[in-house]
Design a protein around this ligand. Structure first.
Ligand SMILES: [Zn+2]
Length: 165
């Protein structure tokens, strides 16, 4: 038996975390998708939302939802609220939720920018940042207590029915 998830929903846009998030897992397909979006958006920023579940101190990405970047500036992002509200409605009464967001940094730095710090606010929200250089570097953070806490990023192998060899 799995333990029940203990995420307390205060409102659709806020959740209280029972424990500190330390690890994010996503599939290789999710990583490839985000890297491709980051490259396609260059020199602007791509952005989107991460859907998944919280299980103790692990957040597990189940789906990646690209969003229009409404920002006109190259060095910032603004997720289309319509995407966010539609996803919140779709996930209501499920065990899944919006874990956080992702976006790219065309300057190659996979770390929160001063503008990200200004825009952050939701406790426990996960920020996945793709630094675009020769390669795309992915790093994830959880916004906790006014700080971005680095998370361990763990890639799951695709759960296909194929067996190697
Ligand atoms: Zn940023």
């Amino acid at each position: 038996m799995h333990c029940a998830l203990r995420v307390l929903r205060v409102s659709p846009s806020r959740a209280i975390l029972p424990v500190m998030v330390s690890t994010i897992t996503l599939s290789s397909a999710h990583r490839v998708q985000i890297e491709a979006e980051a490259r396609a958006a260059f020199p602007k920023e791509c952005c989107g939302l991460l859907e998944g579940v919280r299980d103790g101190n692990v957040v597990r990405v189940i789906a990646v939802h690209p969003a229009c970047n409404l920002s006109e500036d190259a060095d910032r992002f603004e997720i289309d609220p319509a995407i966010q509200f539609a996803l919140m409605r779709a996930l209501r009464d499920t065990e899944r939720e919006i874990l956080g967001c992702y976006h790219s940094h065309p300057n190659g730095k996979a770390e929160p920018s001063p503008r990200d710090r200004e825009g952050a606010g939701e406790e426990g929200f996960v920020w996945l940042i793709a630094g675009v250089a020769a390669d795309v570097t992915l790093r994830a953070f959880a916004y906790c207590g006014g700080e971005f806490i680095p998370l361990v990023l763990s890639e799951r192998r695709a759960a296909s029915g194929r067996s190697p060899g």
